[in-house]
Design a protein. Structure first.
Length: 319
């Protein structure tokens, strides 16, 4: 294929992974409707920071494929698929990074509150790539796990529960569900998008939490009603908040950030390895679509330069 490929320059190994598939054009950072060359691009490789809106699509009339090196695609308008554009993504690319973030945060919370993870019941909402890795890690620390997931998990190795059961029985609630959309809500004479999981956790759900759990959200901020979250904390329905995502990003409610035990700016999945893995996953898919052999050594690309320091003393401290 000799078409034009427009690639965000922030994508790792952009030239190495995509340069042999067509005429490569590196954009200077995030791609926007005003990016030079967008009108000629047939393939576009983006990160999650690029918001593909209908207006964005209008600026790229020749676009046939969008490759997102992020785990999700909620930054790409559904209209892209309706226009016949093929969407590639890197689901699971950041699962190790996010799972490690969750466990390190919970260990910090355990020390902070002098409550060990062993013997605690952890409710996991969403049991995809990340939820499964979180469960594995929690079990290694002696925690029991309950899982609520849609579609419902059917496995003898998983203790499943309804959402209400999970909320009432959990000492820890960690959210890993997708922010999914469907049509069906009537508004001002037209059908508008409504999220299945939008405000899945609100005032009613916080009222079901009888064990003052830790709340951990590394999924999407809109899954929790932020006003209800703030009220639940003030009323001591929950013990601690660990938040990496917020309903009003990039300007979340100040009180929630201030009251959280840990508050980070949507970076749980931002490990170098995760970013590289996302690029490699999309490159593999694109090579397959274009019927071009993928000849790169993926393992070498993922971990190049990430070796542990040699002949140096490493000290661990805590406060």
């Amino acid at each position: 294929m000799q078409g034009k490929i427009l690639v965000d320059s922030g994508v790792p190994y952009a030239e190495l992974l995509f340069g042999g598939l067509g005429e490569l054009v590196l954009a200077d950072g995030d791609i926007s409707p005003n990016t030079k060359g967008i009108e000629e691009a047939e393939i576009m490789i983006i990160r999650s920071t690029t918001k593909v809106t209908p207006q964005f699509l209008d600026a790229a009339p020749k676009l046939k494929i969008i490759g997102s090196t992020a785990a999700g695609t909620d930054h790409i308008a559904e209209e892209a698929a309706e226009r016949g554009i093929k969407i590639l993504s890197a689901g699971g690319c950041n699962s190790v990074s996010v799972a490690d973030y969750v466990i390190q945060a919970l260990l910090y919370a355990a020390v902070h509150n002098r409550i060990p993870l062993a013997g605690q019941t952890a409710g996991i909402i969403g049991y995809g790539n990340i939820g499964q890795k979180v469960a594995e890690r929690l079990k290694s620390f002696g925690a029991e796990t309950l899982v609520y997931s849609q579609p419902f998990v059917q496995s003898g190795d998983v203790n499943t529960a309804t959402l209400g059961e999970l909320l009432s029985k959990s000492d820890i609630i960690t959210i890993h569900a997708s922010l999914t959309k469907t049509q069906g809500m009537q508004g001002k004479g037209r059908i508008v998008d409504q999220c299945h999981s939008h405000h899945m956790i609100g005032e009613r759900e916080f009222g079901m939490m009888v064990r003052m759990p830790y709340i951990v959200n590394t999924s999407r901020g809109e899954i929790i009603d932020s006003k209800s979250l703030s009220m639940a904390y003030q009323q001591r329905r929950i013990m601690e908040m660990v938040l990496d995502v917020y309903e009003d990003e990039p300007c979340p409610e100040a009180g929630i950030v201030q009251n959280a035990l840990i508050a980070t700016p949507h970076i749980a999945g931002h490990a170098i390895e995760a970013k590289r893995r996302g690029a490699v996953m999309v490159a593999r898919q694109l090579h397959e679509i274009l019927r071009v052999p993928f000849k790169q050594d993926a393992d070498n690309l993922l971990y190049a330069g990430l070796d542990a320091p040699k002949q140096k003393e490493i000290y661990f401290t805590s406060t």
